[in-house]
Structures are given as C-alpha cells and as structure tokens.
Design a protein. Structure first.
Length: 583
C-alpha cells in the first residue's frame, strides 16, 4: 500500500474517476511508493499554472498521470469530457506537465537525469479504442485494466519511457528512498511560515496608534475646562494629549508654554508642534532664559549644580519676574511629566509666568501619579494644583505597551498595572549576567539577533540606569556590527541613554541594562521609567545578584493578580500607594 498524500480521499472532490484511481493507487502499489494527488505546477512552459492529477514516485522514477472520466468525445481533434470542451488533449496536457516537472526537478534531484520521468493517461470509466496521431496506446489505462493491479500498468508505462532513455528493458539505477523523499518535498512541500519579528512589530505599532487616537477622543470633554489635572501611568497617552492640547489652544490665538523637565523630551515635543505660538521649553532652559534676559546671572553664587538648579536659578527667575523684567505672560500652561516639576520653587516661577496665575489661569498638567510610590511627587505641591483644578481626569488604558511589556514593567517595579487592551506582542527577553562589564555583551547579542530578524537598529534604544553605565556601554560595545552613541549623536544606528533622559519618550524596541538588586527605591523608579518606554519589544539585562529579587517579584505579582479583589495584602498595599499618590 503506497503512501498517499493526502492520506484520505475527500468524497467532496468532483471527479469520481479520480476517486477510482486514488483507491487503486493506494491499495495496489508497493509500500515504498509515494503518490501525490493534485500537484500544481508554476513552472509550466505554456501556462502560468498547471495541474497534474497524480504524481507517482517509485524506484523507477516519476510518473505523471492525467485522469479523465465520464463521456469522452473527440471531434476533428477537439476533446471534450461530459460535453465540456478541453483546451488541449489529455496526451498533450500530461506530456507538457511531465516535461515541466522534469525540468524543475533536474537540478534539485540530480538522480532524475538518469531516471524515468514520464506520463500516462487514465480513462477508468470507459473503454478507449480510438486511434490518432497523438494517441499512444502504451500510455492508456481504461476499464479493461480495472481487473488487474494498477502497479502492472505503471510498470508498463515505466518500461515504455525507459526506451527513450536508451535503456530498452532497463530502467537504470533505482531512485533511493532519500532521492524519492527529495522529489516528494518538492511536489508536496512541508513548511511552516512564522510571522517575522519585523511583521509582528509593525502589527503592534498599527494597533497601538489606533488605541492612542481613542485616548485623545476621550478627553474632548474637558475642552471647556480652564484648569485640568490629568493623571496616568506610563504609556497612557499623556504626552500625546499634552501636544494636542497645546496645539489646540495655540490654534485659537493663545500664547502657550509647553513645559517639561527633560531636554530630550522638549526637543521631541517641539518637533510635534503644529502651531508657531507654542513655546516649548525644558525647565532648566526656561530658568536660564529668564535669568540671562534679566541680566541676573551674576547674582548666582558658585555652588553645586543641583543647588543652582533647585534653589538659586528659581530665586533669580522669580526676582526678575517680580521686578517686572519678564516677557508677556502666557495665556496657557501645559506641563508634561509634571511629577518632575512639582516643587515649590518651580510652581512659584510658573505662578508668575501664567496669566491669572495657577488659581485663575488656564493650564493642563499631565503627571504620572504612580511615581509617587517612589516618593517622586511632592504631595504638598500636588495638593496646591489640585485645589485650583476645575476638573481632574485619570487615564487607565496603557496604549503604548503590549500586555507583555506592561506586565513585566509593573512586576519588576512592584506597581499596579493599567489595562493594556492591545493584542499580544513578542515576549519580553530577560538576560542575567555575572559581572557589570558583561551588560554590553548581552545587550549587543540581543540587538544583533533582533536586527537579523528584521528590526531596524534606528528603532532601538538602549536605556541604562545611570551615566556610568552609558559610558561603559559605549566604551565596551563589542564588534563593529552596530555603532552606538548617545541619544543626540549623529552617525550611529543604536542610541544609548539614561532612564532620566528618556523619560516621556518612547521607541519601538528598548534594551534596559544596568539593573542590580531590585530593592532600592531609586532603582525601582529607573526600572519603571525604562521598561515602560518600548511600544513593542523589550529586553532586560540584570545582574545575576538580582535573580532572587526577580523571581520573588514574579511570584508576588502573579499572586496579586490571581487573588480575589480585596483579599490580598499585596494588592491592598498597591491601593494604599495609589491613594498616597493622589489617585
């Protein structure tokens, strides 16, 4: 019994004649023969596509069988079956198909150059008595052959074609099992096509853009409000909405200040501005402009840079504004990543810059309330803003990250996850290394594999926990396959930065490096910021010393998620943290 492909005859097939032949080939041929039903040919000489009813692969070689059933009619050389005209005779159809298959297989299975590749024509429902110039009786099978095993017919046809290879009565060296398998793999290939990493990323990107647009529609209800405080975790669309609001106010003729703390984020926001009247600044740049324009730089003492930023620059900026040495007041203030700007001195400066001040002016403040879990938000200054807000809003859908990235970020940082309605993306990849100097090797290995799978290096950002790790990465990056440089450095195809610099920004793919023990509050804040930056693909490199913390976090997170509402201490702790954050 030959091996049949497909293994079972489908009675829904239209051709009863082919069903007869299928069963004969299945039951009346040796076990080591292979039979494939309905083989398509894309390499036919005369047709864009052709079909062979059966391909029989045996020790003798390959036979292509054309089967015709029902009533056969030939009028002046024109063939028809059951009254339906055929474009060509079965003999020509089988012959040209066999020739095309032989041509396609000759290079793939060299043994076929000395074996038989022929064809036969089968009419199992009629007795074929006609003669003609193209009719070769040696190739015909009809109802008279039904009483004998079909392998005798196939042997007869094989002997017939052997004559054309100069081997009368000799079919040459038989095809081995491996050679027959090679023929089978071409006429009936088996393969699995897995979506590429590039395609999966593109799919995730398209869906997340749609979700982000939905977030923008939700907040249209606050357009008539003067002062709005909008809370949302990482990836909930705060920056997109800040840009939209700034552009909307500017389009109505208002003078708008769009403010954040990070200089890279300010550059990114400026690129997305549609209206010229939006003044995009990072907070340090704003202070420098106010102080320098008023000629007060000489009043700043020689002090630590952090003290200059936190104390002396704001003091001189306020003094300049109070002395009347200030530009025209802004009609609208929009703050992104405002949790980084909620200090008394910063709000004092903004109070003086905004027409009507924080109490009566028009403003939009977007902040990540979850960062208060890391003591990143000054609660007194948050209350100062909340007291003047005419509306407050919370974003709860993570429209940046895939569910895998969202879960990993919240698990590592021990924060409650937002909803992540996007479809699943690639799994997060985690690597543990024994020594700090191995972070560069691990990151490079991961990136090079992603790039081989179709990821554009320009879509990848490597985020380190601190400046020292950034320097080590650039200095120790292995090989020349990928060039690395800082965030704003031209001529490199992989950007390296810190979590603090990349706050508020995002990328298609991110590798986070430099993570040690997951116990320090500052480390957890870096984890939360860095791991939430990618939209579709995340890799995390940790010290081996963090493996215990990692596994403990995973177990705790799974337990919190599985526990019934209100019945888990960990979940209650997250609620307490959220309340402390002002949620």
């Amino acid at each position: 019994m030959a091996r049949m492909i497909p293994p079972v005859w489908d009675d829904r097939n239209d051709s009863r004649a082919e069903g007869i032949v299928y069963r004969k080939l299945r039951d009346e041929t040796p076990d080591d023969w292979l039979v494939v039903h309905s083989v398509g040919l894309a390499s036919h000489r005369d047709k864009p596509w052709a079909e062979i009813d059966f391909v029989v692969i045996g020790p003798f070689g390959v036979l292509c069988l054309e089967v015709k059933g029902g009533t056969i009619t030939v009028v002046e050389g024109a063939w028809a079956t059951n009254g339906k005209p055929l474009k060509e005779s079965p003999f020509r159809q089988a012959g040209t198909a066999a020739a095309a298959l032989h041509h396609a297989l000759a290079d793939r299975v060299p043994a076929l150059r000395r074996a038989i590749v022929g064809h036969g024509i089968m009419f199992p429902q009629v007795r074929f008595k006609a003669a003609g110039s193209e009719i070769d009786e040696h190739l015909i099978y009809d109802d008279r052959d039904l009483a004998i095993p079909v392998d005798r017919y196939l042997s007869r046809v094989a002997d017939h074609w052997a004559k054309f290879h100069g081997r009368t009565g000799d079919r040459g060296r038989p095809l081995s099992r491996s050679e027959r398998s090679a023929v089978l793999s071409y006429v009936a290939p088996s393969f699995q096509l897995v979506p590429t990493l590039r395609a999966r990323l593109n799919s995730v990107e398209a869906e997340l853009i749609e979700l982000t647009d939905n977030q923008a529609k939700i907040l249209r209800g606050m357009w008539e409000q003067h002062r709005a405080l909008i809370r949302g975790g990482a990836g909930t669309g705060k920056t997109l909405l800040a840009v939209e609001e700034a552009n909307r106010f500017a389009a109505s003729g208002m003078r708008v200040l769009l403010l954040c703390r990070s200089a890279p984020l300010a550059r990114h926001l400026a690129e997305r501005m549609e209206e010229a009247e939006v003044d995009v600044r990072c907070y340090r740049e704003l202070l420098d402009v106010l102080v320098d324009d008023a000629g007060r730089r000489g009043n700043i003492p020689d002090a630590d840079d952090q003290d200059i930023f936190d104390i002396f620059l704001p003091e001189e900026a306020c003094a300049a504004l109070l002395d009347g040495e200030k530009p025209d007041a802004y009609d609208v203030l929009v703050m992104d990543e405002a949790q980084d700007l909620l200090t008394e001195s910063a709000l004092d400066v903004l109070e003086l810059l905004l027409r009507g001040g924080l109490e009566h002016g028009t403003w939009r403040v977007f902040l990540d309330h979850k960062q208060n879990i890391f003591s990143a938000v000054d609660r007194a200054q948050l209350d100062r803003l909340s007291a003047h807000a005419t509306t407050q809003y919370q974003l709860f859908e993570n429209c940046r990250n895939t569910p895998q990235i969202n879960t990993t970020t919240c698990m590592l940082a021990a924060v409650a996850p937002d909803e992540a309605p996007a479809n699943a993306g690639p799994d997060v990849e985690t690597r543990f290394v024994l020594e700090r100097r191995e972070h560069a090797d691990a990151a490079a290995t991961l990136l090079e594999r992603w790039c081989r799978e179709g990821v554009d290096p320009a879509q990848v950002v490597v985020i380190a926990t601190d400046e020292g790790m950034v320097d080590r990465l650039i200095r120790n990056w292995p090989g020349d396959a990928l060039s690395v440089g800082r965030l704003d450095e031209a001529g490199t195809n992989v950007r390296v930065t810190t979590a603090a610099e990349f706050k508020g920004l995002e990328a298609v793919a991110v590798v986070v490096v430099g993570l040690g023990e997951l116990t320090e509050v500052e480390t957890l804040r870096q984890v939360y910021v860095a791991c939430s930056r990618p939209r579709a693909l995340l890799g995390v490199v940790l010290d081996e010393a963090a493996r215990g913390d990692f596994e403990t976090r995973a177990v705790e997170f799974a337990r919190r998620q599985a526990a019934p509402d209100g019945q888990d201490e960990g979940r209650e702790r997250l609620r307490t943290d959220a309340r402390d954050a002002g949620v």
